[in-house]
Design a protein around this ligand. Structure first.
Ligand code: NAD
Length: 496
């Protein structure tokens, strides 16, 4: 059984606790690896390595840091296939989707290559007579990323690219379900010339996370994962004086107005609900069919389902892979029964798919119609290939559903009416809006984040807000007067 260790100060460090977790190939169901779970002492060693690397890394010139980021970009780009294969082997998503994940992650590294531009401050000459005022942004020190299983390459890249570009040093605690991708990225960044200790990986569970949250040398925590954990991490880490951004769960609605192109809306709903087996925080999990569109839309979605090819992510013919673990697969499948018992119409049941009987953690696609907000399948984040359809009479009812939902990651509208789309964008409480776009993940030079229970903290991730999160401001007021003009003045300094 292959072991997955930690990556500290530029080398692999075996865990000594003896505590380990299983890592599976979800397509076969076989346990392929064991991952070490860090002790507080091992976490301490990673933070110490990052702390030791910080003074010289923050003093490294902007042009040298940008040069290393360009080199990281080149090395990661050259290994896209390897990173994607590592993702598929432990997460299960199909290789083409994993390649898409790597591409979206690389966008963040590309953004960070422009760090000399992003860190430019303001300068006000002659703010007062003979006095100049300027602002600079400086790194925080040792910063930490705690990441979920569903994007084992992209979410770490959301964080690490800006963090290190800004001059911080980093400790990553990846998901224990698919940790090998992070280890590969660490080695590739080392090969690209990143100095030892600037990027470290500790593997583990709650013990490692709790140690990081309480560590006095850790300045900031970036978290992405489920809502209960995000909320707890935000509370604990802010109490411990850390800067925190905790991105959380979601229930993304796609509103389809009666004037929408039904085939286009059905294509979008199927792609966004079942891509990556629904294990995306920006997946569409609820379609809100407005007015007369209901029957036609459900019919159009249902007609598309039998042709979705489910299988091993390494098979180029597969369009949807397995779920990440057997327990998660079974939990997702249980929503079909509970929804039926609560009055939903089961249009498609993923357990009937032949893939369900294979040894891996496969589940076919499920479609639930006539779902109401009281049902468990509507209230919970299912995080699997289950799409619920809620039917409403008016646009106002559709928007009310979204507003009353506790999450606010993404929301999409499908319509040909520009006025309705603009009104939706204006009034909906969600951080990312799609207009005829079902998965509106912002490009790397904007920032990603939800509202309400989808984000705890006030800074979104990557892009300009990422640079802001990983730096703090300093304003300098400066003068170079002739000493001969110097005098005592007890008044409060004011401009002249
Ligand atoms: P998770 O919350 O179970 O785990 C996330 C991280 O937290 C992992 O590293 C895990 O080891 C750690 N963790 C888990 N339980 C913990 C505990 N009790 N104490 C301390 N640490 C703990 O999430 P997941 O299942 O890996 O990922 C799926 C979730 O992530 C979904 O809810 C999804 O919506 C969310 N997600 C959100 C975004 C976003 O940007 N908003 C992006 C991707 C995923």
């Amino acid at each position: 059984m292959e072991q997955i260790h930690h990556y500290i100060a530029g080398r692999l460090v075996p865990g000594e606790s003896g505590r380990r977790g299983p890592v599976y190939n979800p397509a076969t169901g076989a346990k392929t690896h064991e991952v070490d779970f860090a002790t507080p002492g091992e976490v301490d060693a990673a933070v110490a390595a990052a702390g030791a690397a910080f003074p010289s890394w923050r003093a490294t010139s902007l042009s040298r840091r940008a040069e290393i980021l360009f080199s990281i970009r080149e090395v990661l780009d050259a290994h896209r296939q390897d990173i994607a294969a590592a993702i598929t082997a432990q997460h299960g998503k199909v290789l083409s989707d994993a390649m898409g994940e790597v591409a979206r992650g690389l966008e963040n590294v590309e953004f960070a290559c422009g760090i000399p531009e992003h860190l430019k401050g303001d300068f006000s000459e002659q703010a007062s007579t003979g006095i100049d005022v300027y602002s600079i942004r400086q790194p925080l020190g040792v910063v930490v990323g705690i990441t979920p299983f569903n994007f084992p390459a992209m979410v770490p890249m959301w964080m690490l690219a800006n963090a290190i570009a800004c001059g911080n040093t980093f400790v990553l605690k990846p998901s224990e379900k698919d940790p090998s991708t992070a280890m590969l990225i660490a080695e590739l960044m080392h090969d690209a010339g990143l100095p030892d200790g600037v990027f470290n990986v500790v593997n583990g569970d709650k013990v490692a996370v709790d140690t990081l949250l309480a560590h006095p040398a850790v300045q900031a925590i970036s978290f992405v994962g489920s809502t209960p954990v995000a909320k707890a991490i935000h509370e604990t880490a802010t109490r411990n004086g850390k800067r925190v951004q905790a991105l959380a769960g979601a229930k993304n609605h796609m509103v389809v107005l009666p004037d929408a192109d039904i085939d286009m809306a059905a294509d979008a709903a199927v792609s966004a609900a079942y891509g990556s087996a629904g294990e995306r925080c920006m997946a569409i999990s609820v379609v809100v069919a407005v007015g007369s569109v209901g029957d036609r839309l459900v019919d159009a979605i249902a007609r598309r389902l039998p042709s979705i090819r489910i299988g091993d992510g390494l098979d180029p013919a597969s369009e949807m892979g397995p779920l990440v673990t057997r327990e998660h697969r079974d939990r997702v499948a249980s929503y079909v029964d509970s929804s039926a018992a609560q009055g939903a119409t089961v249009v498609a049941d993923g357990r009937r798919d032949p893939a369900y009987d294979k040894p891996g953690f496969f589940l076919g696609v499920s479609l639930l119609d006539h779902v109401t907000p009281e049902m468990a399948c509507y209230r919970d984040e299912i995080f699997g290939p289950v799409l619920s359809v809620v039917r409403v009479d008016t646009y106002e009812e559709a928007v009310r559903l979204i507003q009353e939902n506790p999450w606010g990651n993404g929301a999409a509208i499908f319509t040909r009416d520009g006025g309705a789309a603009r009104r939706f964008q204006f009034e909906v409480d969600a951080g990312m809006i799609g207009i005829n776009v079902p998965i509106p993940v912002p490009v790397g030079y904007y920032s990603f984040g939800g509202w309400k229970n989808s984000l705890f903290g006030d800074t979104h991730m990557y892009g300009p807000e990422g640079v802001h999160f990983y730096t703090r401001a300093k304003v300098v007021t400066s003068r170079w007067p002739d000493p001969a003009t110097s005098s005592i003045d007890l008044g409060f300094p004011s401009t002249r």
